[in-house]
Design a binder for this molecule. Structure first.
Ligand SMILES: [Mg+2]
Length: 180
């Protein structure tokens, strides 16, 4: 796992695309380092982060990693409530799911603020873990929540998605050089 800065500093609200941390995948996350920043909970994206898009099948390695951390886990998704989602939450031993409130879904600032209020957390106590710059990283940064980018699990689908994913990959490679 890489960090934006070697020094511990308080997270500030910023309209920035740059994540505070970059990890290869869920297993690559260093929860001890996150805890040293005062982070107590992870908001975790589903699609492309924990499962392949549209799927509810999660790998044993991811289950093991998330179940063994002391960090509180909340699934942060725009997906609707369902039995499958509840089962996935249980298998990850997650403390809850953050759903959109009315039309305030990811990446709106309100979505993250509602999540914090709902789960009784302060913004600096949370890291948003996700695979997309707009939905996950930009949204979290704007809300003043720490942000952690991971490499997408599945291959992009369709022309437009391939373009965005390519651009994201190039950008990640570029900024990674400045990370520690
Ligand atoms: Mg995603």
């Amino acid at each position: 796992m890489l960090m934006k800065s070697q020094q511990l500093s308080a997270k500030k609200t910023a309209a920035s695309m740059n994540p505070d941390f970059i990890a290869l995948n869920i297993q690559d996350i260093n929860f001890d380092v996150l805890a040293s920043y005062g982070i107590k909970a992870c908001f975790i994206d589903l699609d492309g982060t924990v499962v392949n898009r549209g799927s509810y099948d999660v790998s044993e390695r991811i289950i093991k990693t998330l179940r063994s951390t002391k960090m509180k886990i909340y699934i942060a998704t725009n997906r609707p409530k369902s039995r499958d989602l509840k089962n996935l939450k249980d298998s990850l031993n997650a403390s809850g799911v953050i759903h959109p409130h009315k039309f305030w879904g990811k990446p709106t600032k309100k979505y993250f603020e509602n999540g914090l209020e709902d789960k009784n957390l302060q913004r600096h106590e949370v890291v948003m873990v996700g695979d997309r710059y707009i939905q996950d990283i930009f949204g979290a940064n704007r809300a003043g929540i720490y942000s952690l980018l991971i490499k997408k699990l599945d291959k992009p689908t369709g022309f437009f998605d391939t373009l965005i994913s390519k651009a994201e990959q190039i950008y990640t490679n570029k900024i990674s050089k400045r990370y520690y």
